[in-house]
Write a protein that binds this ligand. Sequence first.
Ligand code: PMV
Length: 317
Amino acid sequence: MSAASAPGKIILFGEHAVVYGRPALAVPVMQVQANATVQKTGEFSAENWADSVLVVAPDIGLSSPLSRLQSEHTPHPLAAVIQIVLQRLGIDRAPAFSVTIRSTIPVASGMGSGAAVSVAVIRALAGFFEHPLSDEQVNQIAYEIEKLHHGTPSGIDNTVITYARPVYFVHGEPIQTFSVARPFTLVIANTGQAAPTKESVGDVRKLWQADKGRWEAVFDKVGKIVEEAKNAIESGQTCGLGPLMDANHALLQELTVSSPELDRLVLAAKAAGADGAKLSGGGRGGNMIALVNPKRAESVASALKAAGAKNTIVTTI
Ligand code: PMV
């Protein structure tokens, strides 16, 4: 048997502009996890051994042979993950086995549930087939899978989740982590609406194509906020982060990726005493984050629930 897990993540600063080469900051959220377990269930199987690979995901009521998931009109995303991993590991014949996936990461909320499932499955399969992979290789495979789902992802999700460390991310550059000089507390709140990341990324691209000058200037402003935020976090000046979050949220509104629900939660958090708040991830749904004094975390979380949040997580970075 082989098992692996991977954390969720949130983007602190820089979403969307990161697709255009600007930096972004993201951190793992260890309270939520995806887990994958691979278990041998029989001996070497007949010709189509995908028939003897069982995919089990109790959270979504799935228990099906891999072959059936592959043959569907649009192959199931979990089948795609397993198939790509087996290809990359060079496995074309294997004893019968099952892959069981469980996750506590909210789906389509901006917490990287897809990338976390990919990373957990990659590592669990690599362990089962005794095929060691470096973090870099895991990250590359997870990025390939992200591209399948999201079109033109920057790669930030798979990177922060693979390395499970705070990441200062610039597309195409070697991974850089950053240090947190003084812990700070965030409330993460979920709108309960799926974040259509592929759609919002596509719409930002249309805006950019229609007026590159205008939107490049917005991305530059976001990039500057990210640099200032990184300096604030590394020097322990976390009080500077609140206004930077507010400014980043305003630029995301300008990019049309906020929503009435996200804006309502941002305002509710601020009214309840948060030092700053912004949407996090692709937007138009999914999550927002609020920077809080730890003493106010519970009251901000309650205010967010009263303003319509479906779920809140308090986390210390
Ligand atoms: O919704 P999430 O957390 O997967 O984040 C998307 C982040 C974007 O910058 C909007 C897209 C990307 O690929 O970086």
